[in-house]
Design a protein around this ligand. Structure first.
Ligand code: SF4
Length: 386
């Protein structure tokens, strides 16, 4: 059984009023889903978490955030190839996904009129082969497991021939969106397994966001990948109305651990255009994670709470009565990695810049002038309100 894809809201049991409410959103952002994933929705529940993930909402029309909140454009070497951290390259190998998540931080590549961002594989392989500091490649997109098997094979074979690569990663939501893509294609699983060998593992970073996404077919698909030798980890953003509840998050982490998929990153929702209704304040998010972890046992307790900021990956380390501590987890200049940063608490903060902006606004330092670069987060200091 293969999933049937749809790009039209007409196939959903929405009322005419609901369709009218999202009409402005549909002019800007595409919709894509399939019958398997849509079957997980309880249509009698307007707050169903899967519905929130996949069905357009009128709040997406709110003018807030940036289309490239992590500054990926700045580190794009050629269309579809990013090189931000010296040891890691990211290939955008596909410009299609099994569904379009409403919170996607790369929605710019799925928008109406978007220029295709897919990488030129030969050019990218030449670049990676010539950059010996690159030790691993993340194949992302879009979803690489939607590519025809021969195309994925060409990429994997090309990367396998580059001696300085130590391991590969594939970012995929296909085990979630369409587990039958894996269950029905043993040759795909065998291809992935061949490229996960002793001394050079192939990781698949899955994106389970909510326990309702873990079903019998997903458990079977994950089992197939693990038996083939693929190493799996999971990452999810913290999403308002989806998983911003300690019990839901604990159930997600525990179910993942049962499947042998360690929770790896819990991401602060990026300030992406159209995403305000998914945001959770940083300090509230930290508290939710701590309460969730108390409900989990060992293997389920591994997630770090991080932000993919334009200056690098920043971990939220702790919140005291008055202060918030961050650690620079990954930085373009490795010398800066590990730096601990401390700010006064700001319960309304949704992103790292909200801490920097508040501190710079309080400072009499000339560098705090609008347009200057913040010395701590590297972003432009916004104009102050009078
Ligand atoms: S699967 Fe990933 S890349 Fe695709 S729409 Fe969802 S979040 Fe974006």
């Amino acid at each position: 059984m293969s999933a049937c894809y749809t790009h039209s809201l007409d196939s959903l049991p929405l009322t005419e009023a609901e369709k009218r409410a999202v009409a402005p959103v549909m002019e800007r952002y595409r919709f894509r889903a399939n019958d398997y994933y849509l079957s997980l929705i309880d249509w009698d529940d307007p707050d169903d978490p899967i519905r929130r993930i996949i069905v357009p909402h009128s709040d997406e029309a709110r003018d807030w955030g940036a289309l490239d909140p992590s500054g990926e454009g700045e580190y794009t070497i050629m269309p579809g190839l990013q090189h931000k951290y010296p040891d890691t390259a990211i290939m955008l190998a596909s410009d299609a996904c099994g569904g379009l998540c409403r919170f996607c931080f790369r929605k710019r590549i799925f928008m109406e009129g978007a220029v295709p961002a897919r990488v030129d594989v030969d050019e990218a392989l030449r670049y990676i082969a010539g950059a010996e500091e690159i030790r691993n490649v993340l194949i992302s997109g879009g979803d690489p497991l939607l590519l025809p098997r021969q195309q994925l094979e060409r990429i994997l074979e090309g990367l396998a021939a580059i001696p300085h690569l130590e391991f590969l990663r594939i970012g995929s939501r296909m085990p979630v969106f369409d587990p039958h893509r894996i269950l029905n294609d043993p040759e795909l699983v065998s291809l992935l397994g061949r490229h996960s060998r002793p001394g050079r593992a192939l990781y698949i970073q899955t994106h389970f966001n909510h326990p309702n996404e873990i079903t019998e077919p997903t458990i079977a698909a994950v089992g197939m990948l693990r038996r083939a030798g693929v190493v799996l980890t999971n990452q999810t953003p913290l999403l308002r109305g989806v998983n911003d509840d300690p019990e839901v998050l604990a159930e997600l982490f525990s179910s993942l651990a049962r499947m042998g998929v360690p929770p790896y990153y819990l991401f602060v929702c990026r300030p992406t255009t159209g995403n305000h209704h998914f945001t959770v304040p940083v300090e509230r998010g930290y508290a939710i994670l701590q309460r969730a972890l108390r409900l989990c046992s060992g293997p389920a307790r591994r997630a770090r709470f991080c932000m993919s900021h334009e200056s690098g990956k920043i971990e939220v380390l702790g919140v005291t009565g008055t202060r918030v501590l961050f650690r620079r987890h990954r930085t373009p200049d490795p010398v800066e990695a590990g730096e601990i940063l401390e700010f006064p608490r700001n319960p309304a903060a949704l992103w790292f810049d909200d801490y920097c902006d508040a501190e710079e606004a309080d400072s009499s330092d000339a560098a705090a002038e609008a347009g200057a670069l913040c010395s701590r987060c590297g972003s432009q200091v916004p104009e102050r309100a009078n």
